[in-house]
Design a protein around this ligand. Structure first.
Ligand code: PEP
Length: 249
């Protein structure tokens, strides 16, 4: 059966003392989880080495990575280098990377392939803009993103993908998708995996919800049959809130 996961995306926030404090605070909640549940932390790159020391049962991931292994790419860090550092996973396709850093579908696909080839789990983010939802295009937009980014993979490789459905209008805005709308999209994603691969593969893929998920709404979102946990931004920076969200899986 698929894993249930709560993952914290810290974005460009935090320093060494913040990391030590928050990981210490959440480690007992994370350690008490059953084996089919996992907590991932995605701190900024400069904290990953320290995070490795404090992570306990938690897993750590990078928020980005480049597809070439090495070379003249000033400022970039490769998937191979993140693996060498001890990372378990990488986020690919976050809407901030797509919008601010203009990452296009060809680049994202290359990143997915490189990360998997080095044994990193890929958290692949997808999600529609507000105007897509208002015009009823949300499902086709999200399925196009999956088609371009991960549906070229083999059934074996797709099992190393965690899909994070993150409606762009819900990220950092305080506006959460309703549990019904989120469930509807998660079910559509699982159906698309089933059609592309098979039913067993579709049942094995973890699909997270992200977008203003917090200590108050996590439980009702995670209770939906196709929502297997959350990718959490703002609320992952507050130990008390993040502990409650972890407890909700
Ligand atoms: C995110 O950045 O992935 C995210 C879900 O942010 P927030 O929880 O703050 O909306």
């Amino acid at each position: 059966m698929r894993k249930k996961i709560v993952a914290g995306n810290w974005k460009m926030n935090g320093n060494v003392s913040f990391l030590e404090n928050i990981l210490q605070e959440i480690s007992s909640t994370s350690k008490s989880l059953e084996n089919d549940k996992e907590v991932y932390i995605f701190p900024p790159a400069h904290l990953l080495l320290a995070a490795k020391t404090f992570k306990n049962r938690m897993k750590i991931g990078a928020q980005n990575g480049y597809f070439a292994d090495k070379g003249a790419f000033t400022g970039e860090i490769s998937m191979l280098q993140y693996k060498d550092l001890g990372c378990d996973a990488v986020l690919i396709g976050h809407s901030e990377r797509r919008a601010i850093f203009k990452e296009d579908k060809a680049l994202l696909k290359n990143k997915v392939d490189a990360a998997l080839s080095h044994g990193l789990k890929v958290f692949f983010c997808c999600g529609e803009q507000l105007e897509d939802r208002e015009s009823g295009q949300q499902e086709s937009i999200v399925l196009q993103q999956l088609q371009a980014g991960i549906f070229h993979l083999s059934a074996d490789d797709i099992k190393n993908i965690v899909i994070a459905y993150e409606p762009v209008w819900a990220i950092g805005t305080g506006k959460t998708a309703s549990k019904e709308d989120a469930q509807e999209m998660h079910a559509a994603i699982r159906k698309a995996i089933s059609e592309k691969y098979d039913a067993e593969t579709a049942q094995s893929v973890t699909i997270l919800y992200g977008g203003s998920c917090n200590a108050q709404n996590a439980q009702q979102l995670f209770a939906q049959p196709d929502i297997d946990g959350g990718l959490i931004g703002g609320a992952a920076l507050v130990a008390e809130d993040f502990k409650k969200i972890i407890a909700a899986i």
